[in-house]
Design a binder for this molecule. Structure first.
Ligand SMILES: Cc1ncc(COP(=O)(O)O)c(C=O)c1O
Length: 484
């Protein structure tokens, strides 16, 4: 689609710009003949005067030469101009950044965490955003600007806006059984940033960190990018198998966990395992990195209290985020830190991004203080519980020849295990071709004898949308395994 500013431009200027771009990109090299103005006018269905005006402008700018009787030609450019463009384009095309550090190359190689911004059923990790009370948010933001005025435009506190730190501490104490005070909360842009900070501030390259197997890819990538040695520890229906941690031949400096709803299995870590890990961390002076990313959405009773609240030894770093509970575009996450880490982590974050955007922080603080956060989460919990139930029923009705659903007690995604001969990669590719996004499970496993399958993110889709997608998926799978 034409850029709006572009379409407002006179025709001759648009033609002139397009030809200039081709010359700058190196697509039209020096000496190349341009079409005769009469021929180009005919093929573009414009008047010859329009083309003449474009050529005249290109000539005046030195991009083309005009020779009476023989036509118009691309002029010789100063050496650096087209060459430089050409090089940059080639580099982009080959997708190879030259001269990266080893660390940089490894980060590029990891592929990052979010490959694309587009989403379709059943992209995982995305909450419903169409029901968000935007007008209320807008009103609160206006109130903030009215009350705080231009002070909101100045640099903010790197630890976070005080009202938000207070609101977060109150929330995690009440809802998650945490032991937090406002001065131990550090507001960040995401859990991802929190994991990167932990990896770089608490461990050195080559240090070992226990991670769940299967594991949240974002955590593993953050740790690997910091040069850590990720040691996988398998997970069963009660969460990470603690005996493997306790009996490991070589200790690790930290362990990273998703205890409320293990990613991707959905298992909840049992109390005895939590206590055993807290004891292990105290004995080894190790850190527990607790990623409590979606505990708001627990559908069977109350979620288990967080590990941080049970840990009297201050070895746990609690990570929270508003990516799932509100919306991913907000970019606000936080950590509740042991007292001795508040200063080092706050100083370190100033090197990453200074602080989180003040206006959003203050708006969120009001959203929480006025009870809107609690009400919104309760409402969405109801919707998500219904959507999960609907999805499980749809999978049982239409996909029972192919997969077995593992209905979780919480979270925003449901694992499905393949029970037919279709390979996971083939299933994921076939789904993509019919507009359905599946996250394969195999890539999340390290060593465990793995069951192949995929995750279905259900929170962001209505029952009707999910039905259409499940039926398409069933048709695609049927085409791969017609005998079933
Ligand atoms: C286990 C887990 N932790 C953290 C996150 C991301 O949170 P944030 O956007 O705050 O980095 C996700 C998102 O999918 C997740 O699945």
């Amino acid at each position: 689609m034409a850029h709006p500013a572009h379409s407002a431009m006179p025709l001759h200027a648009r033609i002139q710009r397009a030809i200039r771009q081709l010359i700058l990109d190196g697509a039209l090299g020096a000496g190349r003949a341009l079409p005769a103005s009469r021929a180009l006018a005919r093929s573009l269905s414009v008047s010859r005067d329009t083309v003449e005006a474009a050529y005249a402008q290109l000539h005046a700018e030195g991009f083309i030469e005009r020779k009476v009787g023989s036509g118009s030609f691309v002029a010789e450019m100063p050496e650096f101009l087209p060459g430089q463009r050409h090089l940059a384009r080639e580099t982009l095309l080959r997708n190879q950044a030259p001269n990266l550090s080893k660390r940089g190359a490894a980060m590029l190689q990891s592929g990052g965490v979010r490959g694309s911004t587009g989403f379709r059923p059943f992209t995982q990790g995305i909450p419903e955003t169409r029901m968000f009370p935007l007008q209320l948010w807008e009103r609160l933001e206006r109130q903030v600007l009215k009350d705080v005025g231009t002070d909101a435009l100045l640099p903010g506190d790197p630890q976070g806006a005080e009202p938000l730190c207070r609101a977060i501490a109150d929330y995690v104490n009440l809802e998650r059984g945490a032991r937090a005070t406002a001065d131990r909360v550090l507001v960040l842009t995401s859990s991802q940033q929190a994991m990167t900070l932990c990896a770089n501030m608490l461990l050195d390259p080559g240090d070992r960190i226990f991670v769940e197997d299967p594991v949240y890819h974002g955590a593993r990538k953050a740790f690997e990018a910091a040069g850590l040695d990720c040691v996988p520890v398998c997970v069963d229906r009660q969460g990470i198998k603690v005996e493997h941690v306790l009996n490991a031949p070589r200790p690790a400096k930290a362990i990273s966990l998703t205890p409320s709803h293990q990613f991707p299995t959905g298992a909840t870590l049992t109390l005895d395992r939590r206590l055993a890990l807290i004891d292990w961390a105290a004995r080894h002076q190790a850190w527990i990195i607790e990623d409590d990313y979606d505990s708001e959405f627990h559908y069977a009773g109350k979620p288990t209290a967080c590990v941080q609240g049970l840990d009297r030894n201050d070895r746990t770093i609690y990570i929270g985020t508003f990516t799932k509970s509100l919306f991913p575009g907000l970019r606000i996450g936080y950590v509740v830190l042991p007292p001795q880490l508040v200063k080092p982590m706050t100083v370190a974050r100033t090197l990453l991004d200074g602080h989180t955007a003040t206006i959003s922080q203050l708006t969120l603080a009001r959203f929480m203080e006025n009870g809107h956060f609690g009400a919104y989460v309760r409402m969405m919990r109801g919707h998500y519980a219904q959507r999960l139930e609907a999805l499980a029923a749809l999978v049982r009705t239409h996909l029972s020849d192919f997969v077995e659903p593992r209905v979780p007690v919480g979270g925003l995604q449901m694992p499905c295990i393949l029970i037919c001969d279709i390979e996971e990669r083939v299933a994921v590719d076939a789904a993509r071709r019919v507009g359905v996004d599946l996250m394969g499970l195999s890539a999340l496993h390290a060593t465990q004898p793995m069951k192949s399958g995929f995750l279905l993110g259900f929170a962001a889709f209505t029952t009707a949308e999910m039905e259409v997608a499940v039926i398409r998926l069933a048709q695609a799978f049927r085409a791969l395994a017609p005998k079933l």
